[in-house]
Design a protein around this ligand. Structure first.
Ligand code: HEM
Length: 135
């Protein structure tokens, strides 16, 4: 059997946090209609618990392990295409974080839907760009 090393730990933590940030948002979106059937307040209460206990801690872990990735793979010595992909990814990560915050502050239906869709889509795009970086 292969022996685990620090690169495995680093990528495990990064991918685990990405799974929570991206997968949690998708799961929550799928549960909202059912939660609305339980009570009008249920979607907000569940979303708040998810945001505070899981999503934001995962986002902080993504930022921390992301910097760890950059140091470990010597980002400065990569070719131009890789660096541009990393910068695009960082922009997309910023959009995902800011739109998640705006979504959590929104009160009416349209801003909730727009910010919610934007954070989910940008989170998935960051995931895809991350996989490209690891090629
Ligand atoms: C929403 C936030 C993020 C998501 C969803 C995400 C997702 C991913 C995924 C899925 C991988 C591929 C791992 C693999 O296939 O082994 C990856 C790799 C990578 N990520 Fe992220 N990431 C995020 C944030 C960040 C941030 C903030 C940084 C930098 C500060 C970063 C830097 C990197 C680097 C450099 C790699 C390549 C690692 C390697 O080749 O060993 N990521 N990311």
């Amino acid at each position: 059997m292969l022996s685990p090393d620090w690169a495995d730990v680093r990528l495990f933590l990064h991918v685990m946090a990405a799974a929570v940030w991206v997968g949690g948002q998708l799961t929550l979106a799928g549960l909202v209609p059912g939660l609305r059937g339980i009570s009008a307040d249920a979607p907000r209460a569940v979303a708040r618990a998810f945001a505070i206990r899981l999503a934001w801690p995962a986002f902080v872990l993504l930022l921390g392990t992301g910097v760890w990735n950059m140091v470990a793979v010597h980002a400065g010595s990569k070719d131009q295409a890789w660096k541009v992909t990393l910068w695009v990814k960082l922009g997309v990560v910023a959009v995902s974080g800011v739109s998640a915050y705006a979504h959590s502050r929104a009160r009416s239906r349209a801003p909730l839907a727009v910010w919610g869709a934007l954070t989910g889509l940008s989170a998935m795009l960051a995931l895809f760009l991350g996989v490209m970086l690891a090629d």
